[in-house]
Design a protein around this ligand. Structure first.
Ligand SMILES: [Ca+2]
Length: 434
């Protein structure tokens, strides 16, 4: 406790000289689904939402709920401002919804096109874009579905294995699936692509697929899913016989990892690692602590940052710091997690930040950003910078607020550039000014 108090005091001192950034408002409903079809720029809100001098948070809009945080640092962290002079460059324009990115060679990234189900190679140095790589899977690209995330095997230089997530039509509906294929030497095709995992059961719907993947340090995969959005499906997030609303831990062949928490439980699916999630759109390791963090999209407010540990239940849809889009309570309108036996989010947003892809800045090219978390914001159009100290959020900043882009995925390159892809088909590169 002393450590936290001390660090907060230090932070308060630093804040004396920093300005509070005004965030762009957004009058649209905040769920990804309700804004996905809109390419129109949104009107900025003229209201600041707070009395002068009473709010030092990066968030300047009023809360949409009356919930109180379980601990003071759980929401509306103090505003911070990047001091480093930054260069922001649009490297590529004119693509489609660019859902996932992975740097597979220095300054060369694989980029998924959600709706066209294409996989492209973008060269960050010259802005060139390859033809679509052949051999990618058939997808269901309605609403939030399509070709989603991409990563490469830890031994990619030898194996050339590329892993993709996508929404797939199977008997009974759609699922979030993982597949893998070998990138040909000439980089024109994925060879022998095969589906290795399907997050069953299938559901007749086209929302909340989750779909992020990341390797752990033992070369196994974490896959995130969603609870498929509807009231009739969302309870599956609490049930251990379904892969909906889960973090899933599998091998590169799609088998459950042997050390998974429910392997001994005959009634539970062996691939489940954690549960009680709504729609997890970002996952990454904190390089400072090794903790595995996720960001999950809330309903109206209540987007959460969570540290994932095996077997934990994160509460959705029993408890939430958000409201239904109708304005009604979720379930019984209880926000506290811990009292109900669930894990409290380390942080939540009210109103929504509409969080999508996320990455820690595991580089020292911009020293003040080291080990900070960056999250793409979809409906309020910005990139969120979150300052993390151990398991606490101690600062927040909104970047690129004037671009009016839906920021979809975030990548930090080996060279320390922050790369952001958008639904409008642009790829931004942010670096320290020379
Ligand atoms: Ca929760």
């Amino acid at each position: 406790m002393m450590k936290i108090t001390w660090s907060r005091m230090m932070f308060g001192t630093m804040l004396m000289s920093s300005m509070v950034l005004a965030a762009c408002g957004d009058d649209e409903a905040s769920d990804e689904g309700s804004t996905d079809d809109s390419d129109a720029p949104t009107e900025e809100s003229s209201g600041e939402g707070t009395e002068e001098g009473t709010n030092e948070s990066a968030e300047t809009e009023p809360k949409v709920t009356e919930f109180e945080p379980a601990f003071p640092e759980q929401t509306r962290a103090p505003a911070v401002e990047t001091e480093t002079e930054l260069d922001t460059e649009v490297v590529v324009e004119g693509l489609g919804v660019s859902w996932g990115m992975e740097e597979f060679e220095t300054n060369r990234i694989l980029v998924t096109q959600r709706d066209a189900a294409e996989l492209l190679i973008v060269n960050l140095e010259d802005g060139s874009v390859s033809d679509p790589i052949e051999g990618t899977p058939e997808v269901n690209n309605e609403d939030q579905g399509g070709l989603l995330d991409v990563t490469v095997a830890p031994d990619f230089e030898e194996s050339r294995m590329v892993f993709l997530t996508f929404s797939e039509d199977i008997e009974g509906g759609t699922v979030t699936s993982v597949g893998k294929g070998m990138l040909s030497e000439d980089e024109t095709s994925l060879e022998d692509f095969e589906v290795i995992f399907q997050a069953t059961p299938a559901y007749e719907g086209t929302l909340h697929y989750g779909g992020r993947i990341i390797f752990d340090d033992e070369d196994n995969l974490f896959l995130t899913t969603g609870e498929r959005s509807d009231v009739e499906s969302r309870d599956r997030a609490q049930e251990l016989d379904a892969y909906l609303g889960k973090v899933i831990h599998i091998t590169q062949d799609g088998e459950p990892v042997e050390s998974n928490p429910f392997v001994e439980d005959e009634d539970a699916l062996d691939g489940i690692y954690s549960y009680g999630h709504r729609n997890i759109q970002g996952i990454d390791y904190n390089p400072a602590t090794g903790d595995l963090w996720i960001v999950e999209f809330g309903p109206q407010a209540g987007d959460e940052l969570n540290i994932i540990e095996p077997g934990n239940n994160y509460g959705w849809p029993v408890v939430s710091y958000g409201l239904e889009y109708s304005g009604e309570f979720v379930n019984d309108g209880v926000s506290e997690h811990e009292e109900q036996g669930f894990v409290e989010p380390r942080y939540y947003w009210d109103p929504t930040s509409a969080p999508s892809g996320m990455s820690f800045y595991d580089n020292d090219a911009i020293p003040e950003w080291e080990n900070n978390m960056f999250i793409g914001g979809l409906a309020p159009n910005y990139i969120v910078r979150v300052v993390v100290e151990d398991d606490m959020i101690v600062g927040e900043e909104r970047l690129l607020t004037d671009e009016v882009e839906r920021f979809r995925d975030i990548l930090v390159t080996e060279d320390g550039a922050l790369i952001a892809s958008t639904d409008g088909g642009s790829i931004y590169q942010i670096t320290a000014a020379e």
